[in-house]
Design a protein around this ligand. Structure first.
Ligand SMILES: Cc1cc2nc3c(=O)[nH]c(=O)nc-3n(C[C@H](O)[C@H](O)[C@H](O)COP(=O)(O)OP(=O)(O)OC[C@H]3O[C@@H](n4cnc5c(N)ncnc54)[C@H](O)[C@@H]3O)c2cc1C
Length: 401
């Protein structure tokens, strides 16, 4: 493969999420001195632990506990970190355009994460919040508190106290669990009667957590209903306005807080780069490369990988991390002219939190619920902190999980 100017290949990694961080950490470990020039680009100078964001969004934890400074994760003697926003990917010139500069590459790793998919439902993009970054969860948290304060000034406006969560997938379920835990605290703080507060979780599919074990789904719904969550399952959100949502056959739910968790798509920048995608996600080859571009790897929420039955794996942190490790291995192999390794996903299980001390999950082929599942969730989060930051990070952040 022809290389740009310097004789050392240039690797550019876009996005410091699960995929990008794991790729960087592995590369800094596996590459020899001067074997490649590695640059990591990310919008923020911190990595956020997306799987934890439902807590700061509901206000049951501080947003700072869900982020880690990138300089604490990577060795800046080995990897150049550039804090900037990618605005364009130009495969034809092997360049990436940033908001404040240009980078050229020999090898590119695209791990920019997903964007909310609104499926064209009118008004969602304009009026609904989404749980996707530190900035977005800070906004949701402040907004929720503000609604309680506003209600005290305008007690006829019960829509201030009505919270609508669109989507009962993992993000929606985890968020309503936290919100239901937070509400009694907010009621106390703002002198509001708990019975006035409504939390709706609305899902178009015929079940919550579609595709998950039905017995665990039933358990999750019971736990959440007991905490006061009102489910509307098999009910589509038809429209979102500044006054609330219209659902099902035209029923209107007035709410000043609609949080959309119903879908994730890939990144628009990939489509705009002229790369073929399905909802912004690239059907990568067995080595995680972009078809037609042997020097571009695509990871995490930006990629589509299929299981043996030909169904795509859902986008998760778990698969993004494993892809990061595989991608780093293949980059090193490609640079050294060695054989690449196909990516194989090892599903270690799935655990969803239902608020304090409650969760459901499947791990090691067994079902878990209640406190045990909640410990399992903590163990998974601690393991992640250990993988990216070793014992010091576990000690610093672990207590908050
Ligand atoms: C609330 C919530 C809970 C979840 N819980 C779980 C769970 O329990 N288990 C699980 O496995 N998965 C979970 N997921 C899914 C998981 O978080 C994602 O699948 C995972 O984050 C994907 O990793 P990624 O590397 O593709 O992207 P991300 O982790 O999203 O990282 C993308 C990075 O790119 C940066 N970026 C984006 N655009 C630009 C740009 N233009 N320029 C520069 N930088 C940019 C972002 O700032 C970010 O740092 C959850 C998701 C949410 C929202």
């Amino acid at each position: 493969m022809g290389l740009t100017m310097s004789s050392i290949p240039k690797i550019v990694i876009l996005g410091a999420g699960y995929g990008g961080v794991l790729t960087s950490l592995r590369l800094q470990k596996e590459l020899n001195y001067n074997e490649a020039d590695v640059t990591l680009v990310n919008k923020h100078d911190y990595h956020y632990i997306t799987t934890h964001l439902h807590m700061p969004a509901a206000g049951t934890d501080h947003p700072d506990n869900a982020r880690v400074s990138i300089s604490k994760l990577i060795d800046e003697f080995k990897i150049d970190f550039v804090k900037s926003t990618v605005v364009q990917i130009r495969p034809q010139d092997r360049k990436v355009i940033l908001e404040d500069g240009t980078l050229s590459y020999d090898y590119l790793v695209i791990a920019l994460g997903g964007e909310p998919e609104t499926f064209g439902i009118p008004g969602l993009a304009e009026h609904a919040f989404t749980i996707r970054s530190i900035n977005s969860v800070r906004l949701i948290r402040e907004h929720i508190e503000y609604q309680f304060a506003r209600y005290k000034r305008e007690p006829h406006r019960t829509d201030y106290l009505t919270f609508v969560v669109g989507g009962a997938g993992f993000t929606g379920i985890e968020f309503v669990g936290e919100l239901a835990d937070r509400v009694p605290e907010l009621c106390k703080q703002f002198d509001v009667d708990r019975s006035l507060v409504k939390i709706y979780n609305i899902e178009a599919a015929p079940t919550a957590l579609p595709g998950f074990d039905p017995e665990l789904v039933e358990y999750a719904m019971q736990v959440l209903q007991k905490k006061g969550v009102i489910f509307k399952i098999g009910t589509a959100i038809k429209e979102c306005t500044s006054e609330g949502v219209v659902v099902g056959e035209g029923e209107e739910i007035k709410s000043q807080t609609v949080i959309w968790t119903g879908g994730v798509r890939g990144n628009r920048l990939i489509e705009e780069a002229g790369i073929e995608t399905t909802r912004g996600r690239v059907k990568v080859d067995e080595y995680l490369r972009c078809p037609g571009h042997e020097n571009i790897y695509v990871l995490g929420d930006n990629s589509l990988v299929f299981n043996e039955e030909g169904r795509p794996y859902p986008p998760t942190a778990q698969i993004a991390m494993q892809q990061g490790v595989n991608c780093a291995h293949n980059l090193v192999a490609q640079i050294r002219n060695q054989t690449l390794k196909p990516f194989v996903f090892h599903n270690k299980g799935t655990v969803a939190s239902l608020g304090k001390g409650e969760a459901i999950g499947i791990a090691f082929g067994k079902k878990y619920k209640g406190r045990v599942a909640s410990w399992l969730k903590k163990a998974i989060d601690l393991r992640y902190l250990f993988i990216i930051g070793g014992i010091p990070l576990v000690l610093r952040k672990g207590k908050f999980l």
